[in-house]
Design a protein around this ligand. Sequence first.
Ligand code: G6Q
Length: 548
Amino acid sequence: MSAIPRTAPTPLAERPAWRALLEHHKKTGTLHLRDLFAADAGRGERLTLEAAGLYLDYSKNRITDETIALLMGLASECGLRERIAAMFSGEKINVTEGRAVLHVALRAPAGERMLLDGVDVVPEVQAVLARMTAFCDDVRSGSWRGHSGRPIRNVINIGIGGSDLGPVMAYEALRHYSRRDMTFRFVSNVDGTDFAEATRDLDPGETLFIVCSKTFTTLETLTNAHTAREWALRKLGDERAIRRHFVAVSTNAEEVAKFGIDPQNMFGFWDWVGGRYSMDSAVGLSTMLAIGPEGFRAMLAGFHAMDEHFRSAPFERNLPALMGLLSVWYNDFFGAQTAAVFPYDQYLKRFPAYLQQLTMESNGKHVTLTGAPVGVQTGPIYWGEPGTNGQHSFYQLIHQGTRLIPCDFIGFGKTLNPLGDHHNLLMANVFAQGEALAFGKTPEQVKAEGTPDWLVPHRVFEGNRPSSTFLLSELTPEALGKLVALYEHSVFTQGVIWQIDSFDQWGVELGKVLAKKIIGELEGSGPAPGSHDSSTTALMERYRKQQG
Ligand code: G6Q
């Protein structure tokens, strides 16, 4: 069934629910969190939500009960319920690429049915998982040997974008559970430095490369893969070594074979898995090698728990729906341009980078599904750093700058590395930041501290800076799956409201084509007269001179 809307839906800005929110914002937009809390003693307990093992305190957001009701109305009016159903039932909701969006099938338990064009895809997913499991067991047990008979100690994932950011993030996040006697590295950049530094201290005889590319045509990945091939062959000296040291993750068996990787050593996935939604497919092979098949299955179970919650919970008790709607509220009604995500857990240090792709590649769109201008602002800029590091640099701007930056704080009840009172100190900072952002410090309070009058304005914190706080009990593979699925579905919710295609990436495709033309010119006789603008031509000529 086609999901292309036949006629353009009512532009968002003309929808009654949107107009109602505009009116509501005019009336309530300046309300201060201090007053909202003062007027409602139970706010901090009431505006919370617990689901699938995640606790969300959203009370420090600039909302009233009416805001929530109006946002829920907007979700209904934009057909969020129907769009969720369309995604889960395999409709081709990625309209510009004519594809279904079924990453939820990657984590569906064996036996559950998920149909695409009438065919259940879950058995295929489970079959790949079974092959991944057998392979990972072999490598981890040492029964898979390198060409010279030695076990694999180093794994290098070569991929970029969706074929890199998820694997890196998951490896870092779940390092606590990973094989400490193995080295895991990730090469993504076409800059030779990335490959050189990742391999300089490794022995090719003990190194396994995972060439991870959905299309197997991506310039960066193929360049790095060929370099890896030469690097391995220089030492191992025998083409047959490739079988023991290279595996592929791809949807393109033909190109994999052309590269020289045995199809037996290829782990497949499908065109209905978007790159940035693929860390739980075979793209997660490095994750499974690191934490083992059981850990990987636990992560999938976490994803699935959040999927089920998103699919079935009423919107007012639905974590991803609520998060997505709050994001729209700040982005479109308060004009917030960015959103910050601060995991207070060192293992989640790559989580913000991962989210940048997930959110910005998905919702950085200017036209609706029918090609009409969206007419309102879409995808906010996501950014962040693990706490507490950011507090000693850019938090200043969030506290006292002129911009509104809604923040997500993510904390855990228990640490994986109990050391003295480190964890209490860490978590004290989460609570302190949320409190300070919301309530600030008034001139009266600053004066009462004995501050001279001239210094008072500098030491005042206006407060009224919104944040949401997530508390989970412990960073486990399951918890990571839940967190990622939470943001995936929040992104989807936002895309549904804006009526955009959150699953294509034409901007990325453009980059893939443009550089190819210029490489030929740089390596050949230079740019042909008139083939580029004067700036690009001059830069290319200067570069060619520098190269001698
Ligand atoms: C993700 C994007 C993009 C993609 C990379 C790598 O959603 O499509 O980031 O993942 O360009 O593509 P390949 O996996 O095909 O090499």
